[in-house]
Design a protein around this ligand. Structure first.
Ligand SMILES: Cc1cc2nc3c(=O)[nH]c(=O)nc-3n(C[C@H](O)[C@H](O)[C@H](O)COP(=O)(O)OP(=O)(O)OC[C@H]3O[C@@H](n4cnc5c(N)ncnc54)[C@H](O)[C@@H]3O)c2cc1C
Ligand code: SF4
Length: 332
């Protein structure tokens, strides 16, 4: 692994100053399970992705840790560990969808030091991207190896140029919960809904989100769900011990007195370069009885799916998992 300088700031302002000075040579370090244990250890590098020569450890910043009430919802510091998210009584009580999703991430060991901010900002798992020998678009190269290679786990929606699937389970749940990100940078802080946080390869193939090199995610805020909100999380993975999602589904919605869809979100992980909001399914449910319409509405995902040569099976999985998750939220 390439040697690096380690910086340990104790405030957000100091971290931003360091990132601003270091530019492309510096990167944020949280738990390190991906940036050190993956990207740097495995030499995931290319023309558009230089390995950092300095890491800015943000777990030394006290204000980035912990979960507290915020407005009528919850605020979660970016350096809060996944285990702390899972074990939080406030999260379990108000937004159990997030703890249910976090419980399915990796192993207990990784959850004990992996952070919420690191999970949201982790790099994709495409096996060509992670392989030293493949200089693909995402590393600044001029080819996508998944188009002619093994694309079993790649995108079925929204892939062009690059066909990664976004790897973060917490991001999928947070988008369903209508959460926002607080971002700190040299010109201060800004709040961005997760609807606008992630971007696909057309916007910028080298990155997965809007963060600039001198910015960091400091906090996630989740509004309190409306009374009676129904939520559920399901995730299909190949290896049951721990694995990334083949497809995951997060739902959070309200129904009226007769059981018809009032408002809500259905978000899929493992299918697109961003956590994917299934607007076609939501539209098909609008004003309809959720229980009796779930199957037909879930089938709408077929209208937006464009599978690759080896991953057509994911369309069936997505359709079935959407239906199952809706029924699970209704207590079926
Ligand atoms: C074996 C294994 C299995 C896994 N399975 C799953 C799974 O099933 N589901 C899933 O969702 N994840 C899974 N992961 C990913 C794992 O959850 C992440 O590696 C972990 O959450 C990242 O947290 P970290 O604090 O260690 O991040 P780091 O490795 O420290 O950082 C990850 C990336 O995010 C950036 N970053 C970190 N914090 C911030 C911040 N606050 N603002 C901006 N950028 C930041 C870093 O620069 C780096 O690029 C798995 C990982 C492993 C190794
Ligand atoms: S899908 Fe993206 S990350 Fe994977 S090989 Fe193609 S360009 Fe690279």
């Amino acid at each position: 692994m390439k040697a690096f300088d380690l910086h340990e700031p104790t405030s957000v302002a100091e971290a931003v100053g360091l990132l601003d000075t270091l530019g492309a040579t510096g990167k944020i370090l949280a738990g390190g399970s991906d940036i050190v244990g993956g990207i740097m250890k495995d030499w995931v590098t290319g023309k558009g992705m230089p390995l950092p020569s300095a890491l800015v450890d943000i777990t030394t910043i006290p204000e980035l840790k912990g979960i507290k009430p915020s407005g009528n919802g919850l605020s979660l510091g970016a350096a809060t560990t996944l285990t702390e998210v899972i074990e939080s009584a406030d999260v379990q009580k108000t937004i159990p969808l997030l703890s249910d999703a976090a419980k399915t991430i990796a192993s207990p060991l990784i959850r004990n030091f992996g952070t919420l901010g690191g999970n949201i900002n982790q790099r994709p798992r495409c096996w060509f991207f992670r392989g030293e020998d493949f200089n693909c678009y995402k590393k600044g190269g001029d080819f996508c190896y998944s188009v002619t290679g093994d694309n079993t786990y790649h995108a079925i929606i929204g892939g062009e140029l690059c066909y990664i699937v976004h790897p973060s389970d917490t991001a999928t749940a947070l988008l369903a919960l209508n959460a926002s990100a607080r971002i700190a940078g040299p010109s201060g802080a800004r709040d961005v809904p997760f609807d606008s946080y992630f971007h696909g390869p057309r916007e910028d193939v080298l990155t997965e989100n809007i963060l600039k090199p001198n910015e960091l995610l400091t906090e996630v805020t989740v509004p309190a769900p409306a009374a009676g909100t129904k939520m559920a999380w399901t995730k299909l993975k190949d290896r049951q011990v721990y694995d990334f999602a083949v497809v995951s589904v997060a739902v959070a919605f309200t129904v009226d007195g007769s059981g018809s869809w009032s408002d809500g979100r259905i978000v899929l992980g493992g299918v697109a370069p961003v956590p994917y909001r299934a607007a076609v399914v939501e539209s098909a449910l609008k004003g309809k009885d959720v229980r009796s319409t779930a199957k037909q509405a879930a089938a709408q995902i077929r209208t937006v799916a464009r599978p690759m040569s080896l991953n057509g099976y994911k369309v069936d999985v997505a359709q079935n998992l959407i239906e199952r998750t809706l029924l699970q939220a209704l207590g079926q």
